[in-house]
Ligand binder design. Sequence first.
Ligand code: ACO
Length: 427
Amino acid sequence: MSDKAILEFRGSKYEFPVVEGTENEVGINIKTLRGGSGLITLDPGYKNTGSCESGITFLDGEKGILRYRGYAIEELAEKADFLEIAFLLIFGELPSREELHKFHEDIKHESHVDEEMKKIINGFPKSAHPMGVLSSLTSALIAFNPTSVNVASDEAMYNAIVRIMAKFPVLVAWTMRKKMGLPLEYGDDNLGYVENLHKMMFKRPNKEYQLNKVVIEALDQLLILHADHEQNCSTSTVRIVGSSHAGLFASLSAGISALWGPLHGGANQAVLEMLEAIAADDGDTEKYMAKAKDKNDAFRLMGFGHRVYKNFDPRARILKQAADEVLGDLGIEDPILDVAKGLERVALEDQYFVDRKLYPNVDFYSGIIYRALGIPVEMFTVMFAMGRLPGWIAHWREMRLRMEPIGRPRQIYIGENSRSFKTLDQR
Ligand code: ACO
């Protein structure tokens, strides 16, 4: 007999089926709640609400487990490359050599961006934040690829996915080049996906591009670690916008905007700015710890805490080690890394952080590596978006294939009751 949850309200009992996932997570299916009882649930921030059933990513916040399609993040970060991960997330299985080759060839075939897009980029002031530019450009792409909106067939859906996988790195690179005053150039189809992204970002006019294996591997790993994280703020945004059948690119543009916020992807920029401020303040970590704990101060220790991880973030562990290795391999000594390690040490022993189960998240160490790779601070969240692209696409595709209904939450209204209109001279 399957489990049931029983709700008692004003003398009546209501029964609800309990659904169980493949990792034994259980949830009450309340589809019939409002129809039967007139009740709705109220859960600000959706801390207890499952918005969908999903087969893409599993994470256990208590045990610090993160798996893409069943594969441990630690193993994927070590053995796979970003394009394989993209294929795995989007289509559900690791690609064979032939499948990966075809996917890459299809992407290369679409890796041009309409020249008219350059006019749009050039319309932005240099001071524009790259996340705003990237979100706008992703949305503008729709005008040049109108068929990507209607994804009635498998083929149309595949084509839309390949197009954005191909054009997004160009937009990322152009966003950075615009900021740095460099000409907007294309990459090189002879290179791998991540190598090509790097070349498009860093190729200097009149200089031959030099490929550095350490840099490419570090970038590849960062992109993999950011590639998906189930129903986070930006992914939920992509799913909900996509649920209105607005199209993939429009959904992604909305996801980029959601990611921009400092409580989400924008944290990587905020972390580095915070660490720099601490370093400039003679490394006074105690002062910033006190600010973070002061309820009258809005300051939070950026890069600490997570909605789901209440033990450790496995991505942060990988990146802490990677930061040491990458900086070592590149021969860079960055005092910020010592500030970060010192801050982590103090926070992990502090009762306030221990009680609230606050640990470093993925963004605590990522910025230090991005900086070592020569990526400007304002581009950090754009790099996160580049990594998250396959995850967003996978969730959008899953949502469309499962024919999920349009996302439309309810509310408990707390405003005025009905009242009569007063004309201007009566107010
Ligand atoms: N510094 C200080 N206190 C914190 C922090 C922090 N970084 N994070 C949470 N807290 C405290 C809160 O003040 C609250 O304290 P209280 O119970 O005394 O009121 C308690 O811990 C719980 O915090 P919530 O905000 O309720 O936790 P929630 O799950 O809603 O938020 C979040 C998670 C947004 C990540 C939060 O920890 C935070 O703001 N961290 C800093 C920003 C950051 O690093 N974001 C990146 C997240 S990872 C990602 O998106 C890729």
